[in-house]
Structures are given as C-alpha cells and as structure tokens.
Design a protein. Structure first.
Length: 182
C-alpha cells in the first residue's frame, strides 16, 4: 500500500495496528523524526540520546499503535506522550550520562510537559483559519493592542475583537478535542 501525504496520522496508526506497518510507519517517521529528534536534544542534551529516543519511539509505536484512541486525544499527542515517557526513562538511565551530568534535582518531567503543551497549542493554533490565527497570535502571542492590529491589517477594530473572540473559542474547542487540560 502506498500512503498519501493527505492520510492523517490517526489513520496511519490504525494501519500499523492492523499489521500494515511498513509504509505507514515510514510515513509517520518522515513526519515526526525531526521534531522528535529536536525534543530529544532539548530534553536529553545529547545527540546520541536524541537519536536513541527517535528509534525507541518508533519501535514502541509499532508495538502499541493499537492502544491509540482518537477519542482521548490526537495522534501527535499520543506519539509525543510516548516520547515523553521514553525521554524520562532515558534520562534516568545512569549509563546515559557522564557522572558529572547527574543531577538528582533535575525534573525532566516539567520540561517535557511544557514542550508537549507548547506543541499541542501550536497544533491547535495551526488549525485555526488564517484570519483568526493572525489575530490571536498578534493579540495573545505578541501582546499587541487591538487598535494596532486593526491598523496593521487595515480592518476595523471591532472586526479584530470579533475575530479574536471566535478564534479563542475555536482554539479552546480544538485544545479540548486534543485532550489539553490547562
């Protein structure tokens, strides 16, 4: 089976769970390898461990794809939850770090949770229409004033406020569907 790039991640996980994993796993790898590697570099501070994380995530996906439930969250949240758990395991493995890097007070859980939350919010923002996303990012992401955004976009200030209202509602709905609990 040839997987098209318009096939969503949840469907690819379903194919893997059904035993049709060759192409589907490769497609997910292409979509997530760079982000997972970046996550590993940030959390584990080591390119070798980051590469190990990526490999382990896809081995784990191959084994547990059948556990994915779209009702509980998005496929990307499922994949990054696996990565989070593996990063914690890798960080706790004494052989993963030189002795001078061991710090019992470091809480990788907090960093991973923050990163997963940021990725989830980014995914929700990307799901908004362009006209809503631009305004939500300007007002709430960069802290710009509504009057300035209206001037930049050459639209009435009331339109900025209306789009912000509807954009935030859509954002909240999407975050709820993705299982994000702020």
């Amino acid at each position: 089976m040839t997987v098209r790039t318009d096939v969503d991640d949840a469907r690819l996980l379903g194919l893997i769970a059904a035993g049709d994993s060759d192409v589907a796993l490769g497609e997910l790898y292409d979509r997530y390898e760079r982000r997972l590697y970046g996550l590993g570099r940030r959390l584990l501070g080591n390119s070798g461990l980051a590469e190990e994380l990526v490999q382990e995530v896809f081995v784990r996906l191959w084994r547990v794809a059948g556990r994915f439930d779209a009702e509980r969250g998005s496929a990307s949240a499922f994949i990054f939850a696996i990565a989070r758990n593996l990063a914690i395991d890798l960080s706790r493995r004494p052989s993963s770090r030189p002795m001078n890097e061991l710090d019992p007070n470091t809480k990788i859980d907090d960093h991973v949770d923050q990163l997963v939350a940021a990725l989830t919010v980014r995914q929700a923002l990307d799901s908004l229409s362009e006209k809503h996303r631009v305004i939500v990012e300007a007002l709430y992401g960069r802290g710009e004033r509504a009057v300035d955004v209206a001037d930049q976009l050459n639209i009435p200030q009331a339109t900025v406020r209306t789009r912000a209202f509807h954009g935030l509602r859509a954002l909240a709905d999407t975050l709820d569907k993705l299982g994000y609990d702020a």
